[in-house]
Design a protein around this ligand. Structure first.
Ligand code: AHG
Ligand code: MN
Ligand code: MN
Length: 337
């Protein structure tokens, strides 16, 4: 099979499916195309890591007290510049910026109805060691009146209101996976010609899996329910023990589980009472994708997409992946609450 000849490109796919959007003006199409462009620019830099001066620390901390890497800062600038210089968004929130950004140009903000939330570079700890990193994005329609400056409430919408969400894995090949609420589709970049091709149409997470993915170094601090679930995964039974796989880049761990079946857990009790992952630009987009692929995402008790956000950088415990595995983990959580 010849991927180039036989498969749709991402550009063709976005345009062809534009008619399914609720408000079909081409605006979301242009927004997705801008994300595609930003992703290719970041991809090019990631691929040159080691050859150009892009590895290592930037020398500052971000709003969450995490040390910024040069690639965090570069990817953030690429996404913000690419999106804000086109008539595609009226506001952007990023992991790397304390406050959301208003696209001030009045002409743009009147025309644009969408806000984007991004984790521009996910898996920062893997940058220097040639292990997969990614980007995560989440898109909402603004709820405040058109033509006025965007407000915090435009960003603090529950995940169930997402219009689109996706992630990019800069891995052994670069893939962009996204949903607009009509299933999940995956595209692989041909780096020679800079074009994404539809390589994984209508992705579905297997209902069951045999992989559990959690940073077990934090075991002593995990809630009892998580400890019990890990013991369940490790028990010698007919279909167990399961396999443990943890990359430390949510995008890459999620992607593997999506293809093979598995569960990803970042529980409470570790770096903060609510775990480490951020609700708005890590958990919500992944939860939307998981559900669209037939999987499940909860905080151990509640559906992630139902949570009403209170703050831009709010954290939440995260249990995500194959439906039956997440439900089993929830069983252990409820026995210990
Ligand atoms: P980021 O690089 O955007 O800060 O995200 C890192 C996240 C996530 O990608 C990963 O799964 C998790 O942090 C890893 O955390 P630990 O090193 O604590 O396991
Ligand atoms: Mn991240
Ligand atoms: Mn990040």
């Amino acid at each position: 099979m010849d991927l180039e000849r036989d498969h749709q490109t991402l550009g063709e796919f976005i345009i062809e499916n534009q008619k399914d959007f609720k408000y079909s003006t081409g605006e979301l199409t242009r927004l997705l195309s801008s994300i595609k462009l930003a992703c290719k620019i970041v991809n090019q830099k990631v691929n040159q890591a080691g050859l150009i001066d892009i590895l290592g620390k930037f020398g500052k901390e971000n709003v969450q007290g995490e040390e910024q890497q040069k690639l965090d800062v570069f990817a953030n600038a690429v996404f913000i510049n690419t999106l804000s210089q086109r008539e595609v968004v009226c506001g952007i929130a990023s992991e790397e910026n304390e406050d959301f950004i208003r696209i001030e140009n009045a002409q743009y903000s009147e025309k644009s109805h969408y806000v984007v939330l991004i984790d521009p570079l996910d898996g920062s700890s893997n940058i220097d060691v040639n292990v997969s990193v990614g980007t995560i994005f989440s898109i909402y329609r603004r709820i405040t009146p058109d033509g006025t400056p965007v407000q915090m409430e435009d960003f603090l919408q529950p995940g169930s209101q997402q219009v689109a969400a996706g992630y990019i894995v800069y891995g052994s090949s670069t893939m962009l996976i996204y949903t607009t609420g009509r299933g999940v589709n995956g595209f692989t970049l041909n780096p020679q010609i800079g074009t994404f091709y539809l390589s994984h149409p209508n992705l579905k997470i297997p209902e069951d899996g045999k992989i559990y993915s959690i940073n077990e170094g934090n075991y002593a601090m995990f809630p009892q329910g998580v400890k019990d679930y890990i013991k369940y995964c490790q028990a010698k039974e007919e279909d167990r023990p399961y396999t443990s796989r943890y990359i430390g880049s949510l995008c890459a761990d999620f992607h593997r589980n999506m293809i093979k079946g598995g569960i990803y857990i970042y529980p409470s009790g570790t770096n903060s009472p609510n775990g480490k992952l951020r609700l708005l630009y890590e958990c919500n987009p992944m939860a939307f994708l998981a559900e669209q692929a037939g999987g499940k995402a909860t905080d151990g008790f509640r559906r992630i997409l139902d949570i009403q956000p209170e703050r831009l950088h709010q954290r939440v415990p995260f249990f995500c992946g194959s439906k039956n595995m997440v439900e089993k983990a929830e069983e252990f959580m409820s026995q210990n609450s």
